[in-house]
Design a protein around this ligand. Structure first.
Ligand code: NAD
Ligand code: IPM
Ligand code: MN
Length: 352
């Protein structure tokens, strides 16, 4: 058996609740695939910040760097000023570990209710490749004349040729592997002319190496409309950090809800540990009540397994989730977070 060093950051709110279920499923599936886990849990988030003022001490970041993968619940808490944990912990990890691919599948599983009318599972099957290290997230900008009527706040979008090209290359490679072989660039090049033109040019240039991939372009505002009216237009979507954040919450909603949406913050070269987490946040409104759906985290565990080279184990987890989702449609019973985790783990175990 190979031993994988896995860091676990449960984080805030529902984070610990859903991570426990993700680990339950992971530890159920792993042994049969020759995978042993050496798990280290890191207490990071609101509690630590209140106790010590720390978000991510340098020494902890160094330890994380030595791990092979990270499983994260969620960070952010109403008692901590907005942005302190989100930037100081989550974005810092994405930036430090060059998670330039934020991989967010948007899939409608059979039996899952979508708010869209007349849509079948085959109509919603996309892969959003969100850039993860640049854009307006970079932290460029600042505040001038604070507190005066003339106050100016700027938040610059950073788009480097290097950063755009590496994520666009990844998206083309993914599109080439999929049956429909279509890549849609989502941007706003009619207004964000500097960045938009760079993204367009890079897609054109890299696209020349992928003649088998059809490329398309949509302004982000129109893309939100088509996510709802014609989701079948989309196969692989490549987009900047902020647009990708927004359209993947929309993607989650059309594909059955934020409780099902998984993601991977991937460093494809495996130079640094990749980090897997549900798309949702810490959901303070339902934290501590056993109401959170752990499915998004469990599907993120499947992405983690796939990334580590355990494709069969990943497929088993996904199958168990698909079965559970179908069973939900029939039964309608309300289950707690841990009951859903138990049921999915049992279905994994039954596959042998
Ligand atoms: P949120 O995703 O936490 O919650 C939005 C809504 O979705 C809430 O009504 C919540 O109850 C519901 N929801 C979320 N996950 C659910 C689940 N698994 N099962 C059932 N319902 C679920 O987003 P928000 O309210 O905008 O943000 C709350 C906090 O989380 C903020 O501090 C924000 O910064 C942070 N956040 C963190 C991450 C992350 O760690 N990756 C992502 C998004 C938001
Ligand atoms: C997400 C979250 C984060 C983001 C926040 C919490 C920094 O919304 O993972 O989608 O905007 O990327
Ligand atoms: Mn988000």
């Amino acid at each position: 058996a190979r031993t994988v060093k896995l860091a676990v950051i449960p984080g805030d709110g529902i984070g610990p609740e859903v991570v426990a279920e993700g680990l339950k499923v992971l530890s159920t599936v792993a042994p049969a695939h020759g995978l042993a886990l050496d798990t280290t849990e890191y207490e990071l988030g609101a509690k630590r910040w209140h106790a010590t003022g720390e978000t991510l001490p340098d020494a902890v970041e160094e330890e994380l760097r030595g791990q092979e993968a990270i499983l994260l619940g969620a960070v952010g808490d109403p008692t901590v000023p907005s942005g302190v944990l989100e930037r100081g912990l989550l974005l810092r990890l994405r930036f430090s570990f060059a998670h330039y691919v934020n991989l967010r599948p948007v899939r409608l599983y059979p039996g899952v209710r979508t708010p869209l009318a007349g849509v079948a599972p085959e109509d919603i099957d996309m892969l959003v490749v969100r850039e993860g290290t640049e854009g307006p997230y970079a932290g460029a900008g600042g505040v001038l004349r604070k507190g005066t009527p003339g106050e100016i706040a700027t938040q610059d979008s950073v788009n480097t040729r290097f950063g755009v090209e590496r994520v666009v290359r990844y998206a083309f490679a993914k599109a080439a592997e999929r049956p429909r072989k279509k890549l849609t660039l989502v941007h706003k090049d009619n207004v964000l002319t500097f960045a938009g033109e760079l993204w367009q040019r890079v897609v054109r240039e890299v696209g020349a190496e992928y003649p088998q991939v059809t490329t398309d372009y949509l302004h982000v505002d129109a893309a939100t409309m088509f996510f709802v009216t014609q989701p079948e237009r989309f196969d692989v979507v490549v987009t900047d950090n902020l647009f990708g954040d927004i359209i993947t919450d929309l993607g989650a909603a059309v594909a059955g809800g934020i409780g099902l949406a998984s993601s991977g913050n991937v460093n494809p070269e495996a130079e640094f540990p990749s980090m897997f987490e549900p798309v949702h946040g810490s959901a303070p409104d339902i934290a501590g009540q056993g109401k959170a759906d752990p499915t998004a985290t469990i599907l993120s565990v499947a992405l983690l397994l796939e990334h580590l080279g355990y494709a069969k184990a990943a497929a088993q987890v996904e199958t168990a989730v698909a079965e559970d989702l179908r069973a939900r449609a029939d039964s309608g019973a309300v289950r707690s977070t841990s009951q859903i985790g138990d049921d999915i783990a049992r279905r994994v175990a039954e596959q042998g």
